[in-house]
Design a binder for this molecule. Structure first.
Ligand code: AP5
Length: 213
């Protein structure tokens, strides 16, 4: 199964991807996490991506598609995958079809996490993330430990630069302009399922399970 999680920044894609990957034994692939891991390691890809990410802009399509093409060819991705944060433009969605077709695969479902825009800024600016294992916390909803050391892996818990107010608000604008049209694109293909993403993470997970049947 290839499942896409679509939704605005802060909708809970990463949170739900972690839960669903475990439950359904699917390989989670997050383009944002891959870019951030490259940035931590100071690779040329990470440094190039940072120029866009720090401003809340999308990394250029050609770079992103190449990265996903490589990732989807790895052995752990040949079974089922959860795609978090990819595709993000109609061009990326078209390219994804071509990449999957090379191995006889296709997208099975695109889940749209539907949430009122006014909830998103609080989720983004309060988020804290582990630099090593990418686990997600929230200052108000799921507070991290006081010493900001990740209890899961010992990594440093920090605030993403693009979660500060200006970049976060840019990301919301970019989502509306460049990514939201994808919902209609997948709807026309009969692949879109909308899920209310307002309850607790567990409630959203249950709603997704119901939607997936
Ligand atoms: P990326 O890392 O993908 O960021 P995003 O899509 O903006 O999504 P977020 O990670 O901000 O939010 P999320 O929906 O995963 O929410 P989360 O579960 O963490 O991308 C970052 C950047 O990389 C992009 O801006 C771009 O530059 C680049 N990039 C990545 N992919 C790209 C692509 N395909 N093309 C081009 N560029 C690309 O939850 C948010 C917070 O809310 C957390 O604190 C969490 O604890 C909390 N929370 C979650 N669920 C709930 C709930 N139900 N109730 C209360 N709180 C909740």
């Amino acid at each position: 199964m290839i499942i896409i999680l679509l939704g605005p920044p802060g909708a809970g894609k990463g949170t739900q991807t972690a839960a669903l990957a475990k439950r359904y034994k699917l390989t989670p692939i997050s383009t944002g996490d891959i870019f951030r891991a490259n940035l931590n390691d100071r690779t040329p890809l990470g440094l190039e991506a940072q120029n866009y990410m720090s401003q809340g802009l999308l990394v250029p399509d050609d770079l992103t598609v190449r990265l996903v093409d490589d990732r989807l060819a790895q052995p752990d991705a040949l079974g089922g995958c959860l795609l978090d944060g990819f595709p993000r433009t109609v061009f990326q969605a078209e390219e994804l079809e071509k990449v999957l077709a090379k191995t006889g695969r296709k997208v099975d479902r695109c889940l749209l996490l539907d949430i009122p825009e006014k909830e998103l800024m609080a989720r983004l600016t309060g988020r804290r993330v582990c630099r090593s294992c990418s686990s997600v916390w929230h200052l108000n909803f799921y507070p991290p430990p006081a010493d900001l050391i990740c209890p899961l892996c010992g990594g440093e818990i920090y605030q993403r630069a693009d979660d500060e107010e200006v970049a976060a608000s840019n990301r919301l604008k970019v989502y509306l302009a460049q990514t939201q049209p994808l919902a209609e694109w997948y709807e026309k293909k009969g692949l879109l399922t909308s899920v209310a993403a307002l309850g607790s993470p567990k409630e959203v997970e249950m709603a997704i399970e119901k939607a997936l049947g």
